[in-house]
Design a protein around this ligand. Structure first.
Ligand SMILES: NC(=O)c1ccc[n+]([C@@H]2O[C@H](COP(=O)([O-])OP(=O)(O)OC[C@H]3O[C@@H](n4cnc5c(N)ncnc54)[C@H](OP(=O)(O)O)[C@@H]3O)[C@@H](O)[C@H]2O)c1
Length: 260
């Protein structure tokens, strides 16, 4: 019996401009880094599907991405921790080439103050959203397609007070490597972005930063003298989507904060 050789990963232009005409589903696309990725993708001519739970914010995000040059933008409301909901998203989205998962709550609380029940939902939501998105994506994406997860610098440079959150982002990094190997025979790629502090509604809320001046002041002591912008973080997602040689990577997008 002759063995059919597996076709290698397709070769295509690795430049983000090559994402024109491709479709990206952004799970967590109504705010922050996901929304910025939507705008950047639209500006290079990609079709964008934004997914989030809250309908009103999603609607204004769709309008914002359209304004960035995206004629083809769809907003679909779904809870990413529910695989059936994501399956419906993909069915409505049509053909999908790339998936970016930025959805994820931050489980606050020091070990001895925080019983499992208090952080379970946030931990579950982050890990199982990634897992569910990957299961659905693996059934739908073509060869060369990609899945990009979100992690944070705390996964490798922990701070006290948020052990469950750190465990959950570290789990997502492990999932990235596991799935990069498991899905390689399907010629699908799996990567993660490990962000430092990026100026978004989430980081402003988490650090209690009210207004641009407070953000600038808080960022001043970091290595480059400021936090990252959502666009800078999102641009790394476009790099991973476009480059078919990138898989199994956890890319630091942190302004060098991992060194400081
Ligand atoms: N910003 C930072 O400094 C930083 C640093 C390290 C890591 N990160 C991680 O990077 C990711 C993006 O951060 P961000 O700052 O852009 O966050 P963000 O501004 O809070 O945006 C999060 C997005 O995810 C959606 N979302 C949350 N849970 C969801 C769920 N269960 N189902 C569907 N959508 C969901 C939110 O919309 P709905 O609430 O309406 O669903 C929103 O669109 C997060 O996972 C965050 O933990 C961020």
């Amino acid at each position: 019996m002759s063995m059919t050789a597996l076709a290698p990963m397709p070769v295509s232009s690795p430049l983000p401009s090559a994402l024109a005409g491709r479709t990206a589903v952004i799970v967590g696309g109504s705010s922050g880094i996901g929304l910025a990725a939507g705008r950047l993708l639209a500006s290079v001519g990609a079709r964008v599907v934004l997914v989030a739970r809250e309908a009103a914010r999603l609607e204004s995000a769709v309008a914002g991405v359209r304004a960035a040059g995206g004629a083809q933008v769809l907003g679909l409301s779904a809870d990413s921790a529910r695989e059936e909901a994501l399956e419906q998203v993909f069915e409505q989205a049509g053909s999908v080439d790339h998936v970016l998962v930025t959805a994820g709550a931050f489980a606050m609380g020091a070990l001895l103050d925080t019983p499992r029940e208090q952080v379970q939902e946030a931990v579950d939501s982050r890990l199982w959203s990634a897992y569910a998105a990957a299961r659905v994506a693996a059934r739908h994406l073509p060869a060369g397609g990609s899945i990009t997860f979100s992690s944070g610098l705390y996964a490798v440079r922990p701070v006290p007070g948020v052990p469950a959150a750190i465990a959950s982002v570290a789990a997502v990094e492990g999932l990235t490597r596991a799935l990069a190997v498991e899905l390689a025979p399907r010629r699908l790629r799996v990567n993660a972005l490990r962000y430092g502090i990026v100026d978004t509604p989430m980081s402003r809320g988490a650090f209690g930063l009210d207004g641009d001046e407070a953000v600038a002041e808080a960022g001043r002591s970091s290595l480059i003298g400021r936090f990252g912008t959502a666009d800078e973080a999102a641009a790394a997602a476009l790099f991973l989507m476009a480059n078919n040689f990138m898989t199994g990577a956890v890319l630091d997008v942190d302004g060098g904060a991992g060194l400081a």
